[in-house]
Design a protein around this ligand. Structure first.
Ligand code: GRF
Length: 219
């Protein structure tokens, strides 16, 4: 018997390339999540037009139209309820959530961040990585908490930082890892293989990869 797919809403603010990777992954018959809506807080978000063109239900909830964060979130909550979302995936969604909203979605709202957290929170992560001189960079999928980029870590992917990298070249390498990591992390969550206890994530039946990424590559 096939398991019912978990209705999932994606929240975006911009171009939506991570949203696209989730939508494309979810087309597979055996993928455990179904993308039921793409919601943007910015009317001009390019990702909204793409989602529409794919026949996905879309919604713009412009945060500027609301006096308070709570009022914006009430409208968001209503929209999520209407599409019966059980998981919320933030994909380049540029708003901080209030503690009350986060509490409602404690183990069902995830985000992708373009650094190996807890390093390089906030914006300009690739500039931060280059300034720190790290030789490995990457991305993280985590549960959302009220504090920015601070939730329990679900999954990470690492890429090398190469001599001569700019924020653009490193960012492109990290982004292509994001596009593989986010669908894999959503798969874990939607298939019920993740639990979170004491703010640490435990994964059942994980596929272990014990390979080592050397950066620079060793001879
Ligand atoms: C990604 O790098 C994501 O990690 C970060 O914002 C960027 C959004 O890009 N949170 P896109 O809109 O998914 O293309």
């Amino acid at each position: 018997m096939t398991q019912p797919k978990i209705p999932t809403a994606i929240l975006i603010s911009g171009r939506g390339s991570n949203m696209m990777s989730l939508v494309e992954a979810a087309r597979a018959a055996d993928y455990p999540a179904e993308i039921v809506a793409v919601i943007s807080n910015r009317p001009e978000a390019a990702g909204i037009a793409w989602a529409k063109s794919q026949g996905i239900s879309t919604r713009v909830i412009d945060h500027k139209a609301f006096k308070t964060r709570e009022a914006f979130e009430a409208e968001l909550d209503k929209a999520l309820h209407e599409v019966k979302a059980e998981i919320v995936a933030l994909a380049g969604f540029m708003r901080l959530m209030t503690p009350a909203f986060v509490a409602k979605w404690q183990t069902r709202m995830i985000n992708i961040h373009p650094s190996l957290l807890p390093n390089f929170k906030g914006l300009h992560t690739h500039e931060q990585a280059l300034a720190a001189g790290v030789k490995v960079a990457g991305c993280t999928v985590h549960f959302v908490r009220a504090e920015m980029d601070a939730g329990p870590i679900i999954a990470q992917a690492a890429v090398p930082v190469l001599s001569g990298d700019t924020a653009e070249t490193l960012g492109a390498r990290v982004l292509s890892a994001e596009h593989r990591l986010y669908p894999a992390a959503l798969r874990l969550l939607a298939s019920g293989r993740i639990t979170c206890k004491n703010e640490k994530v435990h994964i059942y039946q994980e596929a272990n990869d014990s390979s080592v990424l050397f950066s620079p590559k060793v001879e």
